[in-house]
Ligand binder design. Structure first.
Ligand code: C2E
Ligand code: CA
Ligand code: CA
Ligand code: CA
Length: 279
């Protein structure tokens, strides 16, 4: 009926209004988040599957706002991306990650890799490589101990700048990882065309390997294919011993997940490192 149609319409506009308000509020608050010191870089350990030793960390951003409370990066990163705030936020992540890595390089004399997520707009900045080089120099970070994680979204536009940036980054020794592998459409062809070092199998596949034979097959195929292409393979989202066991059988190289540790504030992450070094 007409009434029903009107109600549905009403419902949709309300929902849209709500989403729009939330989006605007996030954008407004995000503009001041950096200078208010509301953004903090957390670190999740990356472990070598075979030995269960921590061999690196992924930098993951956390935002606690006075009005909105804790906002998930899945919600605020896309908004930062649309508003270009991501460029300054991204630099902040690089600085914090490098500063931590510099300290760990000096304190624990281990072969340690720091992984940083780079969003499409950030990566397409003309001076991205220049900024990266300056920061590497400033914090005395060995390029080979840095890995940049990009998703298919970074490559989609097909701009020349992307290829140019990827090559120059790779040439200075910084590693490049394909993040969220398996969730996009063309990840496979990208792996052949660009200088990737690492493939990160998305957690949505890892999640079901113990219950869904098809997902187990897929992850096994991703590992074998990664190795055939000379890539290091990382599994995301390992939560159980059973999942860990299967990934070990599949010869997956590295892993991350709540089984080992959630992303931690720098201090807590360092306690974890210290404990490992005493073992
Ligand atoms: P991502 O890069 O795929 O990061 C992995 C996400 O999985 C992280 O969510 C991490 O906390 C979560 N995770 C790790 N282990 C487990 C597990 O065992 N189980 C489950 N269910 N989840 C696990 P987080 O930190 O909420 O980040 C979400 C996304 O936001 C990231 O996905 C990434 O795309 C983006 N992001 C986070 N920090 C940054 C950043 O500094 N820059 C950019 N550009 N994006 C970021
Ligand atoms: Ca990532
Ligand atoms: Ca992922
Ligand atoms: Ca993701």
């Amino acid at each position: 009926s007409k009434d029903r149609g009107r109600n549905i319409y009403h419902f949709y506009t309300e929902q849209m209004n709500h989403d729009m308000n939330r989006r605007l509020k996030i954008e407004e608050q995000l503009r001041n988040a950096l200078k208010l010191g509301e953004l903090e870089v957390y670190f999740q350990p990356v472990i070598e599957i075979r030995t269960r030793k921590i061999v690196g960390a992924e930098a993951l951003l956390r935002w606690k706002n006075s009005i909105l409370g804790q906002v998930s990066p899945d919600e605020f990163i896309p908004i930062a991306e649309q508003t270009s705030l991501i460029v300054s936020i991204g630099e902040y992540v690089i600085e914090n990650a490098f500063s931590a890595a510099q300290k760990w390089q000096q304190t624990y004399n281990l072969q340690f890799k720091i992984a940083i997520n780079v969003s499409p707009k950030q990566f397409r900045e003309n001076n991205f490589v220049e900024v990266l080089n300056i920061k590497l120099e400033q914090y005395q970070i060995h390029p080979t101990s840095v890995e940049l994680e990009i998703t298919e979204g970074v490559l989609l536009s097909g701009d020349d700048i992307i290829e140019t940036n990827l090559r120059s980054i790779h040439d200075i020794g910084v590693n490049i990882a394909m993040d969220d592998f398996g969730t996009g459409y063309s990840s496979l062809s990208y792996l052949r065309s660009y200088p990737f070092d690492t493939l990160k199998v998305d957690k949505s596949f890892v999640n079901d390997i113990t219950v869904d034979p098809a997902d187990l097959e897929l992850v096994g195929a991703a590992v074998a294919m990664g190795h055939a292409l000379n890539l290091t393979v990382v599994a995301e989202g390992i939560e159980t011993e059973e999942q860990y066991h299967l990934l070990n059988e599949l010869n997956c190289d590295y892993g991350q997940g709540y089984l080992f540790s959630k992303p931690l504030p720098q201090k807590e992450f360092e306690q974890l490192l210290a404990e490992q070094n005493f073992l």
